[in-house]
Design a protein around this ligand. Sequence first.
Ligand SMILES: CC(C)(COP(=O)(O)OP(=O)(O)OC[C@H]1O[C@@H](n2cnc3c(N)ncnc32)[C@H](O)[C@@H]1OP(=O)(O)O)[C@@H](O)C(=O)NCCC(=O)NCCS
Length: 160
Amino acid sequence: MTVVLRPMREQDLDVVVPLEQELFAGDPPWSAEQFRSELSGVPETRWYVVAEAGDEVVGYAGLQVPVLAGDPADVMTIAVAPAHQRGGVGTVLMTAMEAEARRRGAVELLLDVRADNEPAKTFYARHGFERIAVRRKYYGGGRDGLVLRKWLRAAAEAER
Ligand SMILES: CC(C)(COP(=O)(O)OP(=O)(O)OC[C@H]1O[C@@H](n2cnc3c(N)ncnc32)[C@H](O)[C@@H]1OP(=O)(O)O)[C@@H](O)C(=O)NCCC(=O)NCCS
């Protein structure tokens, strides 16, 4: 499947918000208003893309980019439509986020994941993320979150 990334637009929310509700039902999912607020940060503090297969939006991702030198970049969201999962779309989105984080000078990339989200944890491990903290009851239903990190530069490894 050929996937093309392009900037997320407000019109995409007609597809993105229902996908969000399907994929993050109990987390809780972001509302259209929350997405609009995120998009209002582009390009200064945010970077958002959708993945298209043909003319269908099959995934999306968003990054908080560093503002000050030394700030980390944060994965705000990453999601792939159920029918298109395990086809490499998530990897295309993550690779692009990493590239953008590096381009904007981030030394490390952070993210939060639900502690019981095994598919996502496997996906992130596959992409080189390591657990650095636990956030107790961070998600809906009192579920714990994990903070994961990936170093983006060898120099940062050496400074630890
Ligand atoms: C996590 C997510 C974005 C991955 O997207 P994807 O397009 O399915 O991922 P890819 O096809 O690029 O997978 C790459 C590798 O990640 C791992 N992986 C991905 N999904 C997996 C699953 N369901 N079970 C186990 N491993 C999985 C595998 O190692 C996979 O490689 P393989 O298919 O060759 O075995 C997707 O599962 C998703 O949208 N989940 C729901 C939303 C979500 O939980 N987002 C993360 C919130 S923190």
